[in-house]
Design a protein around this ligand. Structure first.
Ligand code: 5RP
Length: 269
């Protein structure tokens, strides 16, 4: 792997722990004004000091994130469909040149293995990897799961391995029973997707299970920004991911921080 790509990956997966807490705020690209993300700038600002990487769309990055923010960006570059259409019918929405202009550390695209459009999404992944390789930009493949697909280790393992085979540098996928095998069979690092909002306790258990099974971190959105106290929640997730904190201890931490009112925006240094 060339120096530039390695350097960008090291900004995302922190070398001191080999782990990462990515904050996903790209939901609007197919969901529109997602609950909790109506004002992305206001949501993201207090969370940024605790995010190892931010995953937005180009539009939100440009219009809502301070360009002086010291956070690596994993830019969502696939889309072209909405929740009202066929979600698998995505294409590449940002040129590599514009991604570079935005100084990204990585680009992200969804693949829809098992859908009627799997070939289209996998060829888009391969094309993006070719373009990224030219400039040292790693690609994160998001293994999206269609409505009719079972999220078991056989299916998730298939989607992760194919993504890695086509050149993804990191894979984002859903945790499932037997996840150790999914990790073992995938030659590149895996981050766990948060998925729909669940209780804070359950989300911390999910993150912990993923880490214990070998994931290098999380790429979590709704379970952070839809939390009662997002700033407390992201810190609790960090404790699980970077310090191997037990989920019950991390939940205690969440409650303590929430009671202290940790959702106040930190004063600039
Ligand atoms: C869709 C996505 C989402 O846009 C988002 O990144 C998911 O994050 P979360 O499930 O944690 O809310 O990846 O496939």
């Amino acid at each position: 792997m060339d120096w530039g790509m390695q350097n960008r990956l090291s900004r995302i997966i922190k070398p001191d722990t080999g782990r990462t807490v990515m904050l996903a705020v790209d939901h609007g690209y197919f969901l529109g004004p997602t609950t909790g993300l109506e004002k992305p700038g206001d949501v993201v600002r207090p969370l940024l000091p605790y995010a190892d990487t931010l995953m937005p769309t180009r539009g939100v990055l440009r219009s809502c994130v301070d360009a002086s923010a010291d956070v690596p960006i994993c830019l969502r570059v696939s889309g072209g469909t909405s929740i009202l259409g066929d979600l698998a019918n995505e294409g590449i929405t940002v040129s590599m040149e514009d991604a570079i202009r935005l100084n990204v550390a990585a680009v992200a695209l969804s693949v829809f293995v098992g859908s009627a459009l799997e070939k289209q999404s996998l060829l888009s992944l391969a094309k993006l990897v070719d373009e990224g390789t030219q400039y040292g930009i790693p690609v994160l493949a998001v293994t999206a799961v269609g409505k009719d697909m079972v999220r078991d280790s056989r299916y998730i393992g298939l989607a992760c391995r194919i993504s890695a085979e086509l050149g993804a540098a990191v894979v984002k996928t859903y945790y499932c029973d037997g996840f150790e095998k999914v990790v073992n069979d995938c030659p590149v690092p895996i981050v766990i997707a948060g998925g729909k909002k669940i209780s804070e306790q359950d989300a911390l258990i999910l993150a912990s299970n993923g880490i214990k099974s070998g994931a290098v971190g999380v790429d979590m959105g709704r379970n952070i920004f839809q939390s009662e106290n997002p700033v407390a929640m992201i810190q609790a997730v960090r404790a699980v991911v970077h310090n191997d904190e037990a989920p019950d201890k991390a939940y205690d931490m969440y409650q303590t921080l929430a009671a202290e009112g940790s959702d106040k925006t930190p004063e600039p240094a």
